[in-house]
Ligand binder design. Structure first.
Ligand SMILES: [Zn+2]
Length: 278
């Protein structure tokens, strides 16, 4: 081990460990986060997993087969993505992608780095209008902006390996790499914490309002989720519990975000086609 690395890395960790991944918007999220690993590392792993999902869907001929719905969700993303600059100017330049799998499940996500996936099931079975789709997409984009995956990996890693992280960052061998992979899997697959969910609700509803989508649709969306949960709990709800508390919190944001929505309706923001069409 080169001793100089031991001087540099702890400084790096201290500098990056306690920070907020985003700037404060109108809704005011300022929570400091434990962010140990470089975001580039998390994004690379998330991209690998996203590509795996795309390949699997392509092999089953279920990827982007519903062209009309695909174009519909890409147009919604074209409006939402420019608004991320309020929270993080760098994220506008992420390699944003939106894909759609024809699959009768209620699920959608935005992987770290801006890789969005929707299943047709969530749109069809909940009969979502564009505002409600924007509510889900805004919420999922907020998870990526806030780097909740990276935060969970950092927490899992801090628990599992403690200071061994320093060695991993400086001189990774296969055993340590395996440990990191485990922490990453845990971080990217475990449900978000209630605090992270709440942050994504708040930031997501601001994103949609700024893009000119009616923020009240976030409430109708979760009411639909609640109703769906009564018949057969969908996978999405295992990671996104729909509760009266969630709906109350969203309603509590309306006084802040409705004026943003009304301003966007009066003066619609530009929505260039920034999501690649394939
Ligand atoms: Zn969520």
């Amino acid at each position: 081990m080169n001793w100089r690395k031991w001087l540099v890395v702890p400084t790096l960790v201290v500098l990056t460990a306690c920070t907020s991944s985003t700037q404060q918007g109108a809704t005011g999220i300022t929570r400091k986060q434990l962010l140990l690993l470089p975001s580039s590392q998390v994004d690379a792993m998330a991209l690998q997993s996203y590509k795996g999902e795309l390949d699997a869907a392509r092999k089953k001929s279920t990827l982007n087969t519903d062209k009309a719905t695909l174009e519909r969700i890409r147009r919604i993303a074209d409006r939402l993505v420019p608004q991320v600059a309020v929270f993080r100017p760098d994220a506008v330049r992420w390699g944003w992608e939106v894909n759609l799998e024809t699959r009768n499940e209620l699920n959608a996500y935005c992987a770290p780095g801006g890789k969005i996936m929707f299943f047709t099931g969530i749109i069809e079975r909940l009969k979502l209008n564009d505002d409600e789709i924007a509510a889900i997409m805004g919420h999922e984009i907020a998870h990526a902006l806030r780097e909740h995956g990276r935060e969970r990996i950092s927490q899992a890693y801090a628990q599992q390996a403690g200071m061994t992280l320093l060695a991993v960052l400086t001189n990774m061998d296969s055993k340590k790499a395996a440990l990191l992979q485990t922490a990453t899997t845990l971080g990217l697959t475990l449900p978000h914490s209630r605090g992270q969910e709440s942050e994504s609700d708040v930031m997501g509803v601001e994103l949609m309002a700024r893009a000119g989508f009616d923020p009240r649709a976030s409430v109708s969306l979760w009411q639909k989720m609640n109703a769906a949960n009564k018949s057969a709990p969908p996978a999405f709800l295992s990671t996104h519990p729909s509760s009266a508390q969630r709906i109350d919190e969203l309603q509590g944001q309306m006084a802040t975000v409705l004026p943003l929505y009304e301003a966007a309706r009066r003066n619609p923001p530009k929505a260039p086609a920034i999501i690649p069409r394939s």
